[in-house]
Design a protein around this ligand. Structure first.
Ligand code: SF4
Length: 226
């Protein structure tokens, strides 16, 4: 039988081990070898590199009051990406997205649809906290959103869930109400995009928990189709 086998030299950098492996493969009947020198880009490494590169960004005025630039975190190969509007007080203090009370609720929402934080990627439209948690201004969003587009193009999620009106408006480039953006999927690059409530809004508006749950079920049904 004529078998072909690709070996990445970058993964085997010890000559002796490589020779032993080739010998074993020959003994098992594999006679033809080829070397694939192409490298699969490591998305995690790329994201880490960019986070370091951008951490001192001064493209908009939000750099003046930030404690931490919060780039985003999670699984770089995630199928689902969640996007909020910007870091809150705890996120700004700790340098991680969704770690305060809203973050705890977000984790519960994920658990309810059998997802874990390490399966998804989460970030925000702006990477620095707007003072007193005000909504980011349109010029701040336009300055920062290229970082988000770049993250999306690296991660290549199949589903994007925009959390809150600001994230929905920024990604869909409209000024619609949250209610009118919910309850459907949109095409966004190669992904399906949906909009639901931001967990911080659910902390204060318990009456929105039921429709938020309906949105999560819609997300889960789409995820299971993949
Ligand atoms: S919000 Fe974005 S554009 Fe503005 S300073 Fe922070 S990283 Fe730069």
């Amino acid at each position: 039988m004529n078998k072909q086998l690709g070996i990445r030299f970058s993964k085997i950098n010890n000559k002796e081990i490589l020779e032993q492996r080739l010998e074993l493969l020959k003994l098992s009947g594999i006679k033809d070898f080829f070397v694939d020198r192409t490298e699969t880009p490591d998305k995690g490494e790329i994201l880490k590199k960019f986070a370091l590169e951008y951490k001192d960004c001064k493209r908009c005025g939000l750099y003046e009051t930030r404690n931490h630039f919060v780039y985003g975190e999670g699984n770089p190969d995630a199928v689902i990406m969640f996007i909020g509007e910007g870091p809150g007080e705890q996120e700004d203090k700790q340098g991680h997205p969704f770690v305060g009370a809203a973050g705890k609720l977000f984790n519960k929402m994920l658990n309810a649809i059998s997802l874990k934080r390490n399966e998804i990627y989460i970030t925000n439209v702006v990477k620095c906290r707007p003072p007193n948690n005000r909504n980011p201004l349109s010029e701040e969003i336009s300055s920062c959103i290229p970082y988000l587009y770049e993250q999306i193009s690296i991660i290549k999620p199949k589903i994007i869930c925009a959390l809150g009106k600001v994230a929905g408006n920024s990604l869909l480039n409209n000024d619609n109400t949250l209610g009118s953006m919910r309850d459907r999927f949109y095409h966004f690059q190669d992904a399906k995009l949906m909009v639901t409530y931001h967990p911080s809004a659910l902390l204060y508006h318990l009456e929105w928990k039921r429709p938020a749950w309906e949105d999560l079920k819609m997300l889960m049904i789409e995820y299971r189709k993949l």
